[in-house]
Design a protein around this ligand. Structure first.
Ligand SMILES: *Cc1c(COP(=O)(O)O)cnc(C)c1O
Length: 391
């Protein structure tokens, strides 16, 4: 096995690099989750996480991956056979729709080409045509992590409102939360799903569901048979700072620290930082004469950039080369775009110099890969970052 000095560059779009402060917070004794000390922690994190979702309603925390939160969103408010409308933005929307199908839901998919976000116009047309209100929920992935496109969540809400259709609105923010603006209450989302290991800068293992009053009401009389994923017992016990079953105590220490870090920087500054790094990365990609998979500038992701490799090249060979030579992990192409793209994560605990190092590794890798013209990308990014630093 080759050994490397210095830190590994984990530049996949999640899990992301965990700040030392968060690691130190996690490295504390596990306490009695039914004792008084825990109650203080429980009330603190259950309260502060709401500021990240921008909601005053409950945010339920499960010891689970994001996939668990996907399931919880569906089983609490929908019944087998219910129709749900989903938008094919990429691999993650596809996996969520597969999960819905496995639960016995009748999934209707608005097809997509994996190069843009969910289309508010198509959603509006589909809901307008559904005069019998058979569609019970509309599900959208905010940041499609397999393609690097960001859906316009507020525009989709406005489209739903124009139709007056009563479908619940569900959004996956697993890779967007805490990296780009998101407003659960203001944007009228009924169920927001998220996870710990991306913009929240935590290790994998926590997932979140933010719920509207309407979603809670529907869950009280509806939903499927469910136990682990129930909302009612969680909401009831969380009000007292405790959980119905053992929570991931040490990850909650980490969550407390991560939320504190986000507020110290200021959420708007965190979002501006991600936007700046997205722009710098795209400038590097164009200097290399490569294409961004996302084709709609209004929907470019501030979280990651998905780069297409020329026809006939295998992006995974390039990724392997970069991993071996420079000890940097880049995201692989998923599903339909496997081998055709690689993904650069620029989210979470990340700064200008992390981006400079990341892009340097990519640029060297591209040249070693035989793309002799892959020059000037790092320069273009540095130029932009330096100009922004003076702004
Ligand atoms: C990572 C991710 C998921 C899956 O989360 P897991 O924690 O792997 O279950 C789902 N949706 C999006 C948008 C993601 O980025």
């Amino acid at each position: 096995m080759t050994t490397h000095s210095g830190r590994h560059f984990l530049q996949i779009p999640g899990p992301t690099n965990v700040p030392d402060r968060v690691l130190r917070a996690i490295d504390s004794p596990t306490i009695d989750h039914r004792g008084p000390e825990f109650v203080e922690l429980g009330l603190e994190v259950l309260g502060s996480i709401k500021t990240i979702f921008k909601t005053t309603n409950p945010v339920i925390i499960f010891p689970a991956s994001g996939t668990g939160a996907w399931e919880s969103a569906l089983v609490n408010v929908l019944q087998s056979g219910d129709k749900v409308l989903m938008c094919e933005t990429g691999q993650f929307s596809t996996l969520w729709s597969r999960l819905a199908e496995r639960l016995g839901l009748d999934v209707e998919i608005i097809p997509g080409d994996w190069r843009r976000g969910a289309d508010p116009v198509s959603i509006e047309e589909r809901l307008t045509a559904d005069t019998g209100h058979e569609i019970k929920a509309v599900c959208v992935v905010h940041n499609e992590t397999s393609t690097g496109s960001l859906s316009r969540i507020k525009d989709v809400r406005d489209a739903i409102d124009r139709t007056g259709h009563p479908a619940l609105y569900m959004v996956d923010t697993i890779s967007s939360l805490a990296s780009t603006d998101y407003r659960h209450d203001e944007w009228g989302v009924d169920v927001t799903v998220s996870g710990s290991q991306k913009g929240l800068m935590l290790p994998p293992g926590l997932s979140f569901v933010a719920v509207s009053d309407r979603a809670i009401k529907v869950s009280e009389t509806g939903g499927m048979p469910r136990s682990y994923w129930r909302w009612d017992e969680m909401i009831e016990q969380n009000a007292k700072g405790v959980f119905p079953y053992t929570p991931a105590t040490n990850l909650l220490y980490g969550l407390k620290e991560a939320v504190a870090m986000l507020h110290e920087e200021g959420l708007d500054n965190v979002f501006a930082r991600h936007a700046r790094h997205g722009e710098a990365t795209r400038r590097a990609v164009s200097a290399w004469s490569l294409d961004n998979l996302c084709v709609n500038p209004d929907e470019y992701s501030p979280v990651l950039t998905t780069v297409m490799v020329p026809d006939g090249s295998d992006a995974d060979v390039l990724r392997k080369l970069i991993l071996e030579k420079f000890d940097m992990s880049l995201g692989t192409g998923l599903g339909k775009v496997a081998g055709k793209v690689f993904r650069i994560g620029h989210l979470g605990h990340f700064n200008d110099l992390t981006l400079a190092g990341t892009l340097s590794g990519v640029e060297m890798g591209l040249r070693m890969f035989g793309m002799d013209n892959a020059k000037g990308g790092v320069d273009a990014a540095l130029e932009y970052l330096a100009s922004q630093a003076n702004a």
